[in-house]
Design a protein around this ligand. Structure first.
Ligand SMILES: [Zn+2]
Length: 216
């Protein structure tokens, strides 16, 4: 589920739609989380789909820790990639604002961290990127994730330290248990590198276990 202060806007025919902040979203705010209405795409479901439907699914789906595809039921699926994204994936089934997001700024995420699907690409393959950031990597895949990971983790650590000091509108949409566990994780937060590495390792291994036969 996506932060309520957003609007879906058409950008151009190449990029299509994007999600824009309608109010300032401070650093550390939860921008989106996996909720029970999101649609799980299991390998056996995907196998039964025809190529046209598969193409749509592949465009919008991301892979969760269990290695299954997740299709967001709301506008969260329209969040575009940026090599200098203002939101970051965390190991807590949610993404947070990496810095203060201004009103009318497009909310972006780095697909490198968001999608184990990118693991399957070889050198020079992946999603081509025209995000316009000075650090644009041009081809997005997970081959060189190790070189970016320390930067992601340091940005994430910094943003997570703000998470209990800012308003969290999405807390109102979580069940009490989920919300309390998150508050505890934020309170105990100091360095999420270990949990982030475990999360990425588990997701990648589950993804390969479940999807290699189908996608190879
Ligand atoms: Zn880029």
């Amino acid at each position: 589920m996506l932060h309520p202060s957003h609007q879906l806007r058409f950008i151009n025919p190449v990029i299509g739609y994007g999600v824009f902040a309608t109010e300032p979203i401070p650093k550390g705010t939860i921008v989106g989380f996996v909720d029970s209405l999101d649609i799980k795409i299991l390998p056996k479901t995907y196998e039964r789909l025809n190529d046209k439907v598969r193409a749509i699914i592949e465009h919008f789906v991301y892979i969760d820790k269990e290695g299954d595809g997740i299709l967001a039921w709301d506008n969260e699926k329209y969040i575009n990639h940026s090599c200098d994204s203002n939101a970051l994936v965390t190991p807590y089934h949610l993404s947070i604002a990496a810095h203060d997001i201004a009103k009318n700024e497009e909310i972006t995420i780095d697909y490198t961290l968001n999608d184990a699907y990118l693991d399957i690409h070889k050198e020079g393959e992946g999603l081509s990127c025209q995000c316009g950031s000075p650090n644009c990597r041009k081809i997005i895949n997970n081959l060189d994730i190790d070189s970016y990971l320390p930067i992601f983790i340091s940005r994430l650590n910094e943003a997570l330290t703000c998470s209990l000091q800012v308003k969290q509108p999405l807390f109102d949409f979580m069940d009490t248990k989920e919300k309390n566990e998150l508050i505890k994780a934020f309170q105990n937060h100091s360095d999420c590198s270990k949990i982030m590495l475990e999360f990425l390792k588990k997701r990648s291994s589950n993804f390969h276990k479940k999807w290699n036969r189908i996608l190879s």
